[in-house]
Design a protein around this ligand. Structure first.
Ligand code: GLC
Length: 768
């Protein structure tokens, strides 16, 4: 047996000297260990910011044929063959290197043969083709009972086992199906439930990477990258929730949003080509009594697709006046900004970028040009801090007009005239690098620049929406899932897609309600608004040329049902806002798969048509055409049917009737939910009253209130209310009172009575 390598220790990092290279293990916390091998790449992580290492006790022992590094939560074994095996504290295997033989799918195939197959348009798995010397892979054992989650926005199902995925941000307008390996975002974090034991693996490599989740063989999974360092983090925890919390500790958590961003939003590519059309939409929302907080302005509002311009001719000479008037109508304007800057020497943003050398260049030193909406365009070099500052400064043009946020699109970056070559010179911070390295973090850096600009020029929590992202982008931006279609498979896909995005740190996410491409229809739109009532980002958006899908487009009964569900959303906004506030500390998503709350229940490990909102709300939408009843699985505990208060015990399937106007909705027994006042828009004025609904005769709830807009809460300007109900008796305390006015009156609705309490300044609490 080969000798164990020598090692050195610096702080919490152990370096093992293997003959060809060093392997490092760093203990960040008792549940986060980094495995690192320098393969020649330099630079910092884009996902992880700041120091994450905490003083942590651990031991390292030579046990003869391997070393054992032990923390309170994890055990790592390193042997002389460079295997790295991770176990939980009880010794259950989590991420263990695979030692058996590879089971290649097509053993005799060579490159020539593969190219031929590709010539007809088939893709051949890259598992056998990583020929470059910079390519590497890590192969881990897969247990017979192992379920895999995460990977951000990938298509397909909740459980990723058996599929393969690529991380290479891609804008592919074809209908996205479960066979798509790549989409707009690269979020290389995966979670495993191995024989019921949870763990996570974050592969922090921005180059093109590949995850084979047991496609090649049911005995192992592997992840590989075309270049860069071997750099992955193993995440432990007693529950899947702990693991997600550890991942978001590492890469950052969704900051508290402005409250109105949880409201309904209306969009369509084409509206913003005329002020009149946008006003007609605002009028329609009012006329048909649909609460709404924002209208999005797609590329048509600009002057010839020039970013940071607003075509005055389309806006009666004064876009600011119109945006202000919309705001007075309760509606914020959210304009789109793409990265491509039109090549036009007479256009100030282009001229300025050229003068300052802020665009990416071909290896020959010329500014690299490709085509996007504006035609020939240059691409800002967002990896450079100076370019991000410049971009952030450009945001001032929009904040001066009074926009409510900025929507970033096409930032994979998409290009219409063929892909951007790998060797185009993009910067990695201040060092020249390549498109090959910086592609997957391009959208991340653009979103960060946009966030910084909004933060600087508005006194508000920035509202950014981005299509492309990397791990960690959740600190700066919300996301939507890009160009879905108005087809039933895409309302179905919304559930696993948003649930996996949530587990991957992206709690604030949504899909285009009604579907973006292709033509929606009354039934699909109706079911979509029902399914999306709890979608953290709630926006109806459609492509130019498709059938209109505003709430009133199909007449009755679509309009009334649509209205009912948007109004229901506004009632739930205080609950959603509470979940976002809790998420800033726990990193847990708002919308989540049942497996996150019930990781020891085998029934929910691949459940694709139900989800939960926090711990208390279970949603089982109808996502199939012509269906009016369905099975709903209720996990352990007792459940209350939201619509008729009927009670069910869990651990069983029930049949639920769901005619077109019904969303099957269950509340955990004894849960307490805040219940927003009926409003048309989320107001900046503080609520004077609040209602809480109690789904039982006991329970407790923590509720948060602040001004919903700026950063004063960070200086203590917020209220924290605690409610408890015992045998029908209600008590409400205000353990933190930093925001004024606190609610004057609180109504608590119990199953059989209503209790009204008023604020008592003397005791700083509430009394009947
Ligand atoms: C992209 C976006 C879409 C937008 C369109 C025009 O396809 O994903 O949302 O409407 O570009 O800007």
């Amino acid at each position: 047996m080969p000798q164990l390598p020598k090692y050195t220790q610096t702080g919490q990092t152990i370096t093992f000297a293997f003959p060809n290279h060093d392997l490092q293990l760093s203990v960040l916390t008792s549940a986060i260990i980094r495995v690192f091998e320098n393969r020649g790449d330099s630079g910092q992580s884009y996902a992880i910011e700041g120091k994450k290492e905490q003083p942590t006790d651990f031991t390292l022992k030579d046990v003869g044929d391997h070393y054992e590094l032990t923390t309170a939560d994890l055990l790592v074994k390193v042997d002389s063959d460079q295997h790295v095996d991770i176990y939980d504290a009880a010794g259950n295997p989590l991420a263990v290197d695979y030692r058996g033989k590879r089971q290649l799918l097509d053993k005799g195939v060579d490159k020539v043969h593969e190219r031929l197959v590709e010539a007809e348009g088939h893709s051949v798995s890259s598992s056998t083709t990583g020929a470059d010397s910079s390519y590497f892979q890590v192969v881990k054992s897969l247990a017979a009972d192992e379920h895999l989650y995460g990977l951000g926005d990938k298509t397909g199902y909740l459980d990723k086992r058996g599929f393969e995925y690529d991380n290479w941000n891609t804008d592919n307008p074809a209908p996205q199906m479960e066979n798509f390996t790549k989409l707009y975002k690269s979020i290389p974090v995966m979670y495993g439930l191995k024989n019921g034991h949870p763990y996570g693996l974050f592969f922090d490599n921005p180059y093109k990477s590949h995850f084979d989740m047991g496609k090649e063989s049911p005995n192992y999974y592997f992840y590989s990258a075309v270049d860069g360092n071997l750099d992955y983090y193993v995440l432990g925890g007693k529950t899947l929730k702990d693991v997600v919390s550890n991942y978001t500790y590492l890469t950052g958590r969704v900051p508290l949003p402005q409250k109105w961003t949880l409201g309904y939003q209306q969009s369509r590519w084409g509206y913003s080509a005329s002020q009149q059309e946008v006003q007609e939409i605002a009028d329609g929302l009012k006329k048909y009594d649909i609460p709404c907080d924002a209208i999005h302005f797609d590329v048509d509002y600009m002057r010839g697709y020039r970013v940071f311009t607003w075509d005055k001719d389309k806006y009666q000479g004064d876009p600011k006046k119109f945006v202000t008037s919309l705001k007075e109508q309760g509606i914020k304007a959210i304009p789109i900004i793409d990265p491509g800057v039109k090549k036009d020497p007479d256009y100030d943003v282009y001229a300025d970028g050229i003068k300052k050398g802020y665009f990416v260049k071909s290896p020959d030193g010329k500014v690299y040009i490709n085509k996007v909406w504006p035609g020939d365009s240059a691409f800002p070099d967002f990896g450079r801090p100076e370019v991000r500052q410049w971009w952030a400064h450009n945001d001032k043009f929009l904040t001066d007009i009074g926009v409510g946020g900025i929507w970033n699109d096409m930032n994979e970056p998409a290009s219409f005239e063929g892909p951007i070559p790998d060797d185009v010179v993009f910067s990695d911070q201040d060092k020249p690098s390549t498109h090959k390295k910086m592609h997957n973090v391009y959208g991340h850096n653009m979103a960060k620049a946009t966030y910084d600009g909004l933060k600087k020029y508005q006194d508000k929590r920035p509202y950014v929406i981005t299509r492309a992202a990397y791990a960690g982008t959740q600190k700066y931006s919300t996301v939507w899932t890009g160009d879905n279609r108005s087809i039933w498979p895409h309302i179905q896909m919304m559930i696993p897609q948003l649930c996996n995005l949530g587990m991957s740190g992206f709690s604030f996410a949504g899909t285009d309600i009604g579907g973006f491409g292709s033509d929606t229809n009354a039934e699909l739109l109706t079911r979509w608004i029902e399914a999306a009532v709890f979608s953290p980002l709630m926006r109806n958006h459609a492509a130019m040329g498709t059938r209109h899908q505003e709430p009133w487009s199909f007449g009755e009964p679509t309009l009334s049902i649509y209205r009912k569900f948007v109004k229901l959303r506004y009632r739930f906004i205080p609950y959603l806002y509470d979940l976002f506030e809790k998420g800033t500390k726990s990193g847990l998503p708002v919308m989540r798969p049942l497996v996150l709350n019930y990781d020891n229940d085998p029934r929910v490990r691949d459940l694709n048509d139900e989800f939960m909102v926090g711990d208390s709300v279970l949603v089982a939408p109808i996502v199939e055409k012509s269906k009016t009843k369905r099975l709903v699985y209720l996990p352990a505990g007792d459940w209350v049917d939201f619509w008729n208060n009927r009670q069910y015990t869990g651990n069983q399937d029930i049949v639920v009737n769901a005619p077109l106007d019904k969303l099957p909705l269950f509340i955990k027994k004894d849960a307490i939910l805040p219940w927003g006042n009926p409003v048309d828009h989320i107001s900046d004025e503080p609520d004077k009253t609040m209602t809480f609904k109690v789904f039982g005769d006991q329970g407790s709830y923590d509720h948060y209130q602040d001004d919903g807009t700026d950063f004063k809460y960070q200086d203590g300007e917020f209220n924290h209310y605690t409610l408890s109900v015992n045998a029908g008796q209600v008590s409400i305390q205000l353990p933190h009172h930093g925001f004024n006015p606190a609610y004057e009156k609180i109504t608590v609705e119990l199953p059989d009575k209503q209790v009204v309490l008023s604020y008592d300044a003397a005791s700083n609490s509430y009394r009947e």
